[in-house]
Write a protein that binds this ligand. Structure first.
Ligand SMILES: CC(C)(COP(=O)(O)OP(=O)(O)OC[C@H]1O[C@@H](n2cnc3c(N)ncnc32)[C@H](O[C@H]2O[C@H](COP(=O)(O)OP(=O)(O)OP(=O)(O)O)[C@@H](O)[C@H]2O)[C@@H]1O)[C@@H](O)C(=O)NCCC(=O)NCCS
Ligand SMILES: Nc1ncnc2[nH]cnc12
Length: 270
């Protein structure tokens, strides 16, 4: 079981790393530039990813032992504290800590019992939705304020439903892989699919509800481009546009990493 923990933890870190290295994602940090961020850079993200390895390992063991939601919450809060320590207080992966905090225990619960990992979404609903329904985030968080103001579906609501967008995006990714071979093209297409469908509170916090609408329209257009070069050029132009408007879809980045993770898991465990 320690081997499973090591494998899944490594894949989770790799997925976060692949998200970071995918370029050009609009307004986001990568190995090329800091996007719309003045307080984060590539090195901070690498430190944050490394600091999360132990958490991912703990999550696998937690799923194997089917621990309670309250215990998962304590692991996530401790991981967030470690993240904030290595980033000097910057929120690099709060969304990822939450999303992986449910996906990994759900997965290790299934894999360790020889059950079908295709039932992950249903397992998350079965194991955690009653606790998620009464889980209260910090009312002063950016996300909480935005959700209340605009009545948007948030990260907890989507977890309650078993992360439907993550599994829809995973299906999309399979179809892209059947049709296309260029890795950058496939990753950007996946990113824009997610951005088109996610109510990303980071975008609303920085640019109001119109920024979210604008981002979704742009993403829908980019996701339709069939030519590698044209897609890359349009993505680069949107990246610069987001920088000029100080926009950043941080939530989409975390969801993207989760889909990349599940895709790698699927290649190993089916
Ligand atoms: C439930 C919690 C995750 C709290 O959520 P809440 O929304 O209330 O808190 P926020 O502080 O707003 O953080 C939520 C982060 O989630 C990402 N996100 C946003 N929208 C979505 C979405 N629709 N679906 C999925 N994920 C979403 C987003 O994180 C990413 O962006 C961050 C970079 O943001 P940045 O632009 O820097 O923004 P800020 O730092 O906020 O401010 P400025 O710089 O703009 O000034 C980066 O971190 C990405 O990760 C949101 O930031 C949760 O905290 C909670 O309850 N935790 C309990 C423990 C737990 O996790 N348990 C899990 C297992 S039980
Ligand atoms: N690459 C990235 N840039 C900015 N915020 C993020 N949150 C998660 N990944 C991110």
């Amino acid at each position: 079981m320690q081997e499973l923990a090591q494998q899944l933890s490594n894949l989770a870190k790799l997925a976060l790393y692949q998200e970071l290295e995918t370029y050009p994602k609009p307004g986001l940090v990568s190995h090329i530039d800091n996007g719309s961020h003045t307080d984060m850079d590539h090195a901070i993200f690498l430190r944050s990813i490394n600091a999360l390895g132990g958490y991912f390992h703990e999550l696998v063991m937690a799923g194997i032992n089917n621990v309670s939601f309250d215990k998962l919450k304590l692991l996530a809060i401790a991981a967030e504290t470690r993240m904030l320590k290595v980033t000097n207080g910057i929120n690099t992966h709060r969304g990822a800590i939450f999303v992986f905090g449910l996906l990994i225990p759900g997965l290790s619960y299934l894999i360790s019992r020889g059950l079908d990992s295709e039932t992950l979404s249903a397992t998350i609903i079965k194991n955690y939705s009653s606790d998620l329904l009464i889980h209260k985030p910090n009312p002063a968080s950016h996300g909480s304020k935005i959700r209340e103001q605009y009545q948007l579906e948030g990260i907890i609501d989507s977890a309650c439903k078993g992360f439907p967008l993550i599994f829809a995006a995973l299906k999309e990714l399979s179809s892209y892989k059947e049709c296309y071979t260029n890795e950058t093209y496939i990753r950007l297409k996946l990113f824009f699919y997610i951005m088109q469908h996610l109510d990303d509170t980071n975008l609303v916090y920085r640019g109001g509800i119109d920024a979210l609408k604008y981002a979704k329209i742009e993403a829908a257009q980019l996701s339709k481009i069939e030519c590698n070069k044209m897609q890359y050029d349009a993505a680069l132009s949107l990246h610069h546009d987001f920088i000029s408007k100080n926009l950043s879809p941080g939530g989409s980045a975390d969801v993207f990493a989760a889909v990349v993770f599940l895709d790698m898991v699927r290649q190993i465990w089916g």
